[in-house]
Design a protein around this ligand. Structure first.
Ligand SMILES: [Ca+2]
Ligand SMILES: [Ca+2]
Length: 95
């Protein structure tokens, strides 16, 4: 794992409050609240749905990693642009 990935893992673990290895909508909501960031529910849901690529209601580290890494690629898929802002909030406030 490189540095970025180690940080992503640390962040993922800090959001995963019940430590079951996956993120739920409520865990994500709490993470934003803890970071002092107010996210409208619609936006949070859109963010979560984008992270949850197989739509099983949970975000695994693989899904989390895929999206986070994608955001830093110059050729990132356009639809991921919606994630840039919330992801940055989470990444920076936890750093
Ligand atoms: Ca969890
Ligand atoms: Ca999933």
């Amino acid at each position: 794992m490189d540095h970025a990935e180690t940080q992503l893992m640390a962040l993922f673990r800090s959001i995963d409050r019940n430590s079951d290895g996956r993120l739920e909508r409520d865990e994500l909501r709490s993470a934003f609240r803890k970071a002092g960031v107010t996210v409208p529910t619609a936006r949070l849901n859109a963010f979560f749905d984008e992270l949850d690529r197989n739509n099983d209601g949970f975000v695994t580290f693989e899904e989390w990693r895929y999206v986070a890494i994608s955001l830093y690629r110059p050729d990132k898929p356009k639809h991921l642009a919606i994630l840039a802002w919330p992801m940055r909030c989470v990444l920076y406030t936890h750093a």
